[in-house]
Design a protein around this ligand. Structure first.
Ligand code: 9UX
Length: 72
């Protein structure tokens, strides 16, 4: 079954930022859906915990230059 994670992401200045974060997350294995909202600095992700976890997702967001923290 899929799990859900919500991150707060700092540094997304425009909606194109949200697009690059969303693409980076979707390239990971085990991602079912990713929705990134630049206006609210939030990302909601559905993922399969056998393949990927919250920390891997967080690192992926940070690797492209944004600060991410898990909020739920
Ligand atoms: Mo918008 Mo974001 O011009 O890295 S794409 S600020």
């Amino acid at each position: 079954a899929a799990s859900m994670a919500v991150f707060r992401i700092v540094g997304m200045t425009c909606s194109a930022c949200a697009g690059s974060v969303e693409r980076a997350i979707k390239r990971l294995p085990g991602i079912h859906e990713a929705a990134v909202d630049a206006l609210n600095n939030r990302a909601q992700i559905l993922f399969y915990p056998c393949f990927v976890n919250e920390e891997k997702i967080r690192e992926t967001i940070e690797d492209i230059g944004f600060e991410a923290s898990l909020i739920e």
